[in-house]
Design a protein around this ligand. Structure first.
Ligand SMILES: Cc1ncc(COP(=O)(O)O)c(C=O)c1O
Length: 445
């Protein structure tokens, strides 16, 4: 156990106010309670925040970090515009784009509002000539295999609802699907008589072989497809390549929910061998909110009938809902992709792992903490889940915001009352220290 200094309530407020520029709210939740928050303000100063600064550092100033330490990533952190004093650790829910991406969206809106005709055409050109090729290149696909969507949920609906299935056909999904992956299958079951069966997968995952054998045990002669997450919302990383090979060898279609995977580590869709893959760009890929894509492998296209009139999408996206789209937001993906390329996804992977390993080390010092994330080959680098005796996961979210100005999430599923911490490249060890002290303080209230 680390020894924890017990500051007075006044100490806490003074430290927090000093670090947060007075932005901290008086912790109502502490009224009448015993304060035990230690050094909660440590790390409150945000290298991401540059109040009053009107523009973010230029992409040209971004150098590729050579090692995963905070020092090496400090310059990257300066590209983000998170409010002063806040530590954001809920990237698995919604990520934070760098300032230049927010500016690219604003610039696009300005252009289209100043002169709509050329503004629109310019943005469409940017989407077709820059965003689509960059996406295809980044994810190892052909441009024609990618359709832009507003998020992973939309892509998951499109991939599930367009799959060619007959009444009585069977599909295997897992017990760990996100509602965005689960609900469209319920629609197929109710409307089209498809039998949807859930393969139980334990949390944490046991091994690659265990996941495969659980699918194997459920296959019947009526099974046509398997659908599963690349990374679950709890951060469990599935053996996608092995599952896709398993599916292909049995003549089954493989559909993957990649919402939590893209942006945390390199993803090559052709290499994975899946037939369909749905992604969010606004979680780990530094994309503006409202961006995602659907990938349908060229050879599998005859198994997926587009829900919309093919060719009616205005930016060359076969499966996407047609019509006028949020062009400024989509065009700004060019900036996100350039940012990611500059960092290198392998470096992002190493940085995220470095931070979550530090978090796991710190958590291991807490009495009554049960880590629920699997080993490195079965877990994503950025998301960590754990239970802490004496702290209700749901209650921990507002408590940590109040006590430590730290945004986290709960993970009350798969039989757990877990807390989820999802750290991205811009978080720091000092913020993790502050979080851990905040957890101790929260459970001692
Ligand atoms: C595994 C998984 N799939 C799908 C989604 C939905 O993603 P989006 O918000 O981009 O629609 C989420 C969101 O948290 C998720 O965790």
């Amino acid at each position: 156990m680390t020894s924890i200094h017990q500051p007075s309530r006044r100490d806490f407020l003074r430290q927090a106010a000093a670090a947060g520029g007075g932005a901290v709210t008086v912790p109502r939740l502490l009224a009448g309670g015993t304060l035990s928050a230690a050094g909660l303000a440590a790390g409150c100063e945000s290298a991401t925040s540059r109040p009053g600064q009107s523009s973010s550092p230029d992409l040209a100033t971004l150098t590729t970090p050579t090692d995963p330490t905070d020092d090496a990533w400090a310059a990257v952190r300066a590209h983000f515009i998170l409010e002063p004093g806040t530590a954001y650790m809920n990237n698995a829910s919604l990520g934070m784009p760098p300032g230049i991406v927010a500016e690219a969206v604003a610039d696009g809106y300005r252009a289209i509002s100043t002169e709509p005709l050329h503004g629109k055409h310019d943005l469409q050109d940017r989407i077709t000539q820059t965003v689509m090729p960059a996406l295809a290149q980044r994810f190892g696909a052909e441009i024609s295999e990618i359709s832009l969507t507003r998020n992973a949920t939309e892509a998951l609906h499109l991939q599930t609802l367009s799959l060619d299935l007959s009444p009585g056909d069977e599909v295997l999904i897992t017990t760990q699907e996100h509602p965005a992956g689960h609900r469209p299958w319920m629609v197929r079951a109710a409307r089209h008589g498809v039998t949807v069966r859930e393969v139980f997968i334990p949390s944490p995952l046991v091994s690659v072989e265990d996941v495969i054998s659980r699918f194997e045990a459920e296959i019947t002669t009526r099974t046509r497809a398997i659908a599963f997450c690349h990374v679950t919302r709890g951060g469990h990383r599935y053996p996608v390549r092995e599952l896709c090979t398993f599916a292909r060898e049995r003549g089954l279609i493989s559909l993957v929910d990649g919402a939590q995977a893209v942006g945390q580590f390199p993803v090559d869709l052709h290499e994975l061998g899946c037939d369909a893959y749905s992604a969010s760009m606004h979680k780990w890929m530094f994309g503006p909110v409202g961006t995602g894509f659907l990938y349908v492998r060229a050879d599998a296209r005859d198994r997926f009938a587009p829900a919309f009139e093919p060719g009616s999408a205005s930016t060359g996206t076969e499966y996407a809902p047609p019509g006028t789209a949020d062009f400024p937001v989509r065009a700004a993906l060019a900036t996100s992709l350039a940012f990611v390329d500059r960092l290198g996804l392998a470096n992002v992977d190493a940085r995220c792992r470095y931070l979550s390993n530090y978090l796991k080390d710190r958590l291991s010092e807490l009495d009554g903490c049960t880590l629920l994330s699997g080993p490195e080959d079965l877990s994503a680098p950025g998301s960590t889940i754990f239970q802490l005796d004496g702290l209700d996961a749901m209650a921990s979210v507002p408590l940590l915001e109040e006590l430590a100005q730290t945004h986290i999430d709960e993970h009350q599923r798969d039989g757990h009352d877990a807390i989820r911490i999802s750290t991205h490249v811009y978080n720091t060890r000092a913020e993790i220290d502050r979080l851990v002290d905040g957890l101790e303080a929260a459970r001692s209230l």
